[in-house]
Design a protein around this ligand. Sequence first.
Ligand SMILES: *Cc1c(COP(=O)(O)O)cnc(C)c1O
Length: 409
Amino acid sequence: MICHNGGPDGATTFHDNPLSNTLPTSMEVPFFVPDVSEEEIASVVETLRSGWLTTGPKVRQFEDLFADYVGARHAVAVNSATAALHLGLEAAGVRRDDEVIVPTMTFTATAEVAVYLGARPVLVDCLDDTLNIDPDAVAAAVTDRTKAIVPVHYGGQPCRMDELQAIASEHKLAVIEDAAHALPASYRGQRIGTLSAVTCFSFYANKTITTGEGGMATTEDEALAERMRTMRLHGLSKGAWNRFAAQGAWYYEILEAGYKYNLTDIAAAIGIGQLARCDDFRRQRYRVVQRYDQGLAGLAEVRTPVSREGDESAWHLYVIRLETDRLTIDRNAFIEELTARGIKTSVHYTPLHMHPYYARTYGYKPDDFPVAAAAYEQIISLPIFPTMSDQQVDYVVDCVRSIAEEHRA
Ligand SMILES: *Cc1c(COP(=O)(O)O)cnc(C)c1O
């Protein structure tokens, strides 16, 4: 056996197992490590020295570069993807008592933004293969009150956008994409960020690029972009963000009761550097994916993630599914075994309908969405990040294999 429990101090030790004399018996593998370069740090320092700390020239530059990168006409920088989703739904006209269709297999931000607007998030089930939103379930959930669909590209794998757009155009619904996992990704050759009314990206610390906290909304629609720009900063009139810059530019008007969602230049300075490395990061994650795929191939107890032909995933997550029928331990015990070996993992996600708030408020029961509920019992997100070494990947593979073998039913 190659993989043993780590010592209490988690120290990396080596032994000369003839099967693998290069693999350590124990090592710490974090779930994610952000990669912030010295240039990005220097750029933050330079921004701090420039005297312009909040929304200014760096944010403008980041928006322009981001729009170029995904091929979108407009990019609106905000301080989180949650803010982008909120602004996107608001700009699309979602109001009190409207309904917004959201997958249950997501993070709460996707759904809670509907609640901000007094609308109701209507949860739907996912597909068994990609765990992306099920277009048939979306079609079945449409009512007279439905205003928008918020698909989530789970793990970075694009949703079936053609089917979702067809439902949306039939019922005149807005599609606001939650692309928090999907930079960079493409659906049938088209970059995610260009396909729907609004697409929302996240630059949270563990996303594919980071600004610490931050987000971006892209759109092809001038009016939607203008509305989001106004609402992200208190409903101030156009151009008011630079009211302190030019002499005499003290005058502004409040056009709406807006929000405080603007991104800082400090954050944008990091984002500019991160964006330049986005393709590199993706290549590195894909290296990890291929190594996992090869290493776990043929292991009957574990299903590796699927990728759809013709689409390109961002590979934000690498989610395995345990064939729990073939194991004597459940998912939680499997995670404990990995943790004992120094490997940090996560679960994406406990479906929203199984959380107290959504169950209590909307009366959901666990088996309302059987595909998501079943997947929830089986999924584990393995570590994946650009600087993850081949040795770390191999260690995780060996641990997954040996745990599966030890607990074979
Ligand atoms: C991270 C995440 C968000 C929220 O992003 P923030 O930038 O932290 O607001 C929304 N949806 C999904 C699917 C996410 O993973």
